[in-house]
Design a protein. Structure first.
Length: 146
């Protein structure tokens, strides 16, 4: 007998995220355990609830879990969001840069995918050079169109 998807705490958490019910999402993902998907969802819920330090800690665990499971694009996405939190919430550009480097390393050897484009585009705010920012945006668009 298979488990009904409505009983799956990760699926319930995703449904709660989809309707901006952050507290329910948090509860569902906390009940789901330490899978990469549960940690990723919990990190999103915590971020949306304004618990940024906890979100950063959980996202770091989600990154490691995705890497262990070979889900490199998902790991890169979580690393990019962790970089965003470090930069925007704490103003910690060195930590943000380190997380962007983790995102890049997660994609080493991965066939070009949407996550490559997001990574290129998310590098733009780290540059003070308008020409470089424009080139990054054009590169991201080229990946999106390929």
């Amino acid at each position: 007998m298979t488990e009904d998807a409505s009983d799956d705490p990760v699926a319930r958490g995703r449904r709660a995220l989809a309707v901006d019910d952050w507290a329910t999402a948090r509860s569902c993902f906390e009940a789901a355990g330490d899978s990469a998907d549960a940690l990723d969802g919990l990190g999103i819920a915590l971020q949306m609830l304004g618990d940024y330090d906890a979100a950063i800690e959980v996202k770091a665990r989600a990154f490691a879990a995705y890497r262990r499971s070979g889900r490199h694009a998902d790991a890169a996405a979580v690393a990019r969001w962790t970089a965003f939190l470090h930069a925007c919430v704490h103003g910690d550009i060195p930590a943000a840069g380190a997380w962007m480097a983790r995102a890049e390393s997660a994609l080493d050897g991965v066939e070009e995918c949407a996550e490559h484009g997001w990574l290129v585009l998310n590098r733009a705010p780290f540059s003070d050079d308008p020409d470089e920012r424009q080139q990054l945006a054009l590169s991201a668009a080229a990946i999106a169109l390929s």
